[in-house]
Design a protein around this ligand. Sequence first.
Ligand SMILES: NC(=O)c1ccc[n+]([C@@H]2O[C@H](COP(=O)([O-])OP(=O)(O)OC[C@H]3O[C@@H](n4cnc5c(N)ncnc54)[C@H](OP(=O)(O)O)[C@@H]3O)[C@@H](O)[C@H]2O)c1
Length: 259
Amino acid sequence: MDLGIAGRKAIVCASSKGLGRACAAALAAAGCEVIVNGRNRDAVETAAADIRKATGAKVTAVAADVASPDGQKALLSACPQPDILINNNAGPPFRDFRELTRAQIIDGVIANMAVAIELTQKVIDPMIAKKFGRIVNITSGTVKAPLFGLDLSSGARAGLTAFMAGVARSVAGANVTINFLQPGAFATDRLQSNMEMIATKRGISIDEAKKERTATIPAKRFGNPDEFGAACAFLCSAHSGYITGQNLLIDGGAFPGAF
Ligand SMILES: NC(=O)c1ccc[n+]([C@@H]2O[C@H](COP(=O)([O-])OP(=O)(O)OC[C@H]3O[C@@H](n4cnc5c(N)ncnc54)[C@H](OP(=O)(O)O)[C@@H]3O)[C@@H](O)[C@H]2O)c1
């Protein structure tokens, strides 16, 4: 399918690795000009070079912390009026909520809620003027099925989801859509480090930890980031202008409900 977005400009936050990178690669394959981002300069430049080589697209590396005002400035000066914005950032580590300090709670809300709102504020009016805009927020399956230990992540992302649900309806008439991708378990570095932590905690091997986890997923495997990137590119496509304010759970069937 031709996604109809060749030549569109996309900022993909936190995209030198993992799900963000897969989204950047899928958008580049669809012909978009893409900004790839991460804090580690070598990693972000390598990712940009790899995606450029694989797709022939114009790919610009921006080494910056998306959570900081300077980082956001760097992203927007590389691409002042994006047609597409993918909001992504690192999630907080597993922690018993009793241990969270006030500062950590506020940092979590900034990282997984405020940053996406701030970037949306900065890009949305030119999108409305152009009558084309696609904003996709990478949240988590834990918004739908919260997990003890990831409470700060679930809470901040659920807050973002509710916040943006209202905003989405206010801009839909200008062909600007705002949607949410909720990943289940995808094979990325973050998942690998979660598996390592669980293996150490329980005194089992990493392979055993992975086997136990995949056994709980109806698809019997972890998701491939490319599958996630393809879903993201579709939500950014010319064909998805009538889909807005929606949450797409991509979890291999792990969530057991019909809705
Ligand atoms: N993978 C899963 O199974 C899964 C499931 C549910 C939710 N999620 C959520 O999905 C998001 C992406 O996860 P992932 O698995 O793709 O993670 P990942 O493989 O660890 O990749 C994270 C990416 O974000 C970049 N990054 C982190 N903090 C940043 C910052 N402050 N500014 C700019 N870039 C930053 C990292 O580069 P640098 O470190 O160099 O900055 C890296 O490129 C996270 O919020 C995660 O909680 C993932």
